[in-house]
Design a protein around this ligand. Sequence first.
Ligand code: ADP
Length: 338
Amino acid sequence: MPSNVPLPVDLVHAMPDPALVVDAQGMVTLANEQAVEVLESDPVGRHLSASLRVPAVLDAVNEAAMGEGGANVDYDVRVPVPRSFRAHVSCLGHGKGVLITLRDLTREQQIERMRADFVANASHELRTPLAALSGFLETIQGAAKNDPKAQEKFLGLMKSQAERMRRLIDDLLSLSRIEMNEHVKPSGEVDLTQVAAHVRDVLSGMARDFGCEITVDSDGPFAVPGTRDELVQVIQNLTENALKYGSSGKLVEIIVRKNGEWAEVSVRDHGPGIAEQHIPRLTERFYRVNVQDSRSRGGTGLGLAIVKHIVNRHRGRLVITSEIGRGSTFTMRLPLAE
Ligand code: ADP
């Protein structure tokens, strides 16, 4: 072998994916760091079956050891956490052993599952008002054909279903626009106190309808790097939720504070609160504590998903705390402008 050709040992260690070499008897002769990590112990010097108990992979290795080309084998592991891998098995040449590389497919499969779930959820959410619209139309054309009063009533119901579809489509479009820009750092500068006051004014009518008051408490202008419209949307979504779900507390407080290098905006209500097990899932798309309750209040289940993506884009964090019977606080924490 010419001296400038890397030895298999260097190649195996330089590979980005977990990789190992076994000899014709199935004993592991080489393993890179990534392989040791994935297999959770150093397999070198032991039979492959001691660290990789996947019959299909072991069969493929036996075949490759006899010089029968390469194969891909997909397999799942259950412990310590469920993960999926693709093992690529290839013969290194007669008597030189077999190279096994592993690719972690867990994330890819998770994304694919999320995408499929999202399409199914979005279609279902749109189909529900559409089915209601078709039903009302049939009634107007049939049973209510000669009844102007009933027609009026059904037209009103149709209008509210059409509005629900519009809200859903608006939210879906917002979400996809924000997701597309998520990696782009915002370039403007925004005063959060001014945004909080703006949201209070915009929602004052809605607050009145709910018999609630919105207050803003801030001890200064707090400028953060950001896109104003998006930060308005965050505080508005949180305040609307506080009114929709927490209006029994009569008061919604928007509190703006400096905390070290961060600016924090908290939207606090004194409503029924949210049970602990729901809190980690609230920012998932279409996740609702109570679907009927959310729908009856004009909810789409996308408001907090939008909030989370905007906060991520601004390199910030969203913290949710809640206590049953005492209310909830949603806090957006953003890095202060220099
Ligand atoms: P929705 O359109 O249903 O309001 P969101 O994503 O904005 O969707 O909120 C998800 C769910 O979180 C809501 O359906 C509701 O169950 C719960 N939630 C959000 N904010 C509050 C709050 N302030 N108090 C109680 N529950 C809340």
